[in-house]
Design a protein around this ligand. Structure first.
Ligand code: RP5
Length: 162
């Protein structure tokens, strides 16, 4: 079986509709990945075990999504040197600004690459992971270039009525 390169983790089942956007992009680009629910607050031991084992298992990037008091990406970054990409999940109470602020303000020494709030952030997290992996993988670099060109080509030059 192919080695899993990207871990998509999220704080709750309720984050899956957002984080699925990351999985879909990784699928499109042919990047092996796994998906796990790992909560900083509800399953801290699972978080610790995942972070401790990540590098040894060959993971190369972790995309971590969480909402509200979104400590998962930062705590994962504290536990592994593998690049962590944080996705702030949109919340009902504060529209995801709470998630964004919880993820983006990391102290010096433990970076999290923080994406936009919500589905676009999750998709962009996957594209950033792809860009990192493509540095060492020419075939993936070609697929990523093609993906970007296809998106660009899909944008009409003129607006149309509905
Ligand atoms: C966070 O709390 C999760 O990442 C989720 O975004 C939020 C709400 O979780 P649920 O109450 O829906 O499980 O830990």
């Amino acid at each position: 079986m192919a080695e899993i390169k990207v871990g998509i983790i999220m704080g709750s089942q309720s984050d899956w509709p957002t984080m699925k956007e990351a999985a879909l992009v990784l699928d499109e680009l042919g990047i092996t990945h796994e998906t796990r629910i790992v909560s900083a607050h509800r399953t801290p031991d699972r978080l610790w075990d995942y972070g401790r084992a990540a590098a040894g298992r060959g993971l190369q990037v972790i995309i971590a999504g969480a909402g509200g008091a979104a400590h998962l990406p930062g705590m994962m970054a504290s536990k592994t040197r593998i690049p962590v990409i944080g996705v702030p999940v949109q919340t009902r109470a504060l529209s995801g600004v709470d998630s964004l602020y919880s993820i983006v303000q990391m102290p010096k020494g433990y970076p999290v690459a923080t994406m936009a709030i919500g589905a676009a952030g999750a998709a962009n997290g996957a594209l950033l992971a792809a860009g990192i992996l493509a540095l060492q993988d020419p075939a993936l670099a070609a697929r990523l270039d093609a993906w970007r060109a296809a998106l660009s080509a899909s944008i009409p030059e003129e607006p149309a009525d509905d």
